[in-house]
Design a protein around this ligand. Sequence first.
Ligand code: ATP
Length: 285
Amino acid sequence: MTPTPPGRQVDVSCSPSPPILEVSGLSVRYGQSVIALQGVDLRIAQGEAVTVLGANGAGKSSLLRAISRTLSLHRGAVTSGDVRINGEPALHWSPTRMVRAGVVQVPEGRHVFAGLTVQENLRAGALTNRSRKARERAMAYVLDLFPRLADRMNQRAGLLSGGEQQMLALGRALMSEPRVLLLDEPSLGLAPRLVTQVGEIIRQVNERGVSVLLVEQNAAMALSVASSAVVIENGRVARAGAAAEFQDQKQLAAQYLGSGPQAERLAALRRSSADEGPTLRRWSA
Ligand code: ATP
């Protein structure tokens, strides 16, 4: 595994298929002073799973927001570079057009519509799915994947456990039958057993042909799901390659992900703030 020289084209894709998602030279800012990303390149082939790893504040969420066209909701902007979907320039698409093109983001923090039932949340995810048959097919698939949601269809989402809310957020994204899933730290705050379950579900979804861009701090889970990995450090791609090249996770954690007592305290704090007890979270885009 060799460091990536700045400015060099990074191609982490392990697949010979043409890319469904291509990011090139992407730079992102918040306001005048915060530079979140600088010249990031990334390619994902149809059906591929790629993980983006990095310490807190490295720029991972900014990358997903730039792709899903939701940066402006966070007062951020792309200052240079390009995003292409199936070869089409998509940098100026609306968030809705991105979803219609099959690129769907599950933001960090398992956002659900707390006051709506599980069923209503899932239906809301299928709004771009025009055909009734497609909506029924998606619902059957999601309930098969998440039997716990099937048991709680009429329960308010705000009363679900943290793990169940994460499943609902994933399920809702799947209701639009996406071609590319952008996942922002789906394991955040979950107990280890649930992290394993989330990883397994992402693998199953990917095996059905959905391309996945998985942002994670849990490198072990992410590398067990993805075929390729990109490490972002201070807004730049520091390393990229096949997931198998990142076997030395201790070294990876120490070098790029921030390990040691401070990081462990932060991780414990994040876990305790969002573990399995009922949480009342409101949807915010
Ligand atoms: P984390 O793992 O903690 O979520 P991250 O790798 O996803 O971090 P980003 O959230 O993309 O990192 O943040 C990249 C940089 O941009 C950080 O310096 C962060 O403080 C800054 N930033 C992110 N969102 C905003 C915002 N809405 N306004 C100003 N600065 C922001």
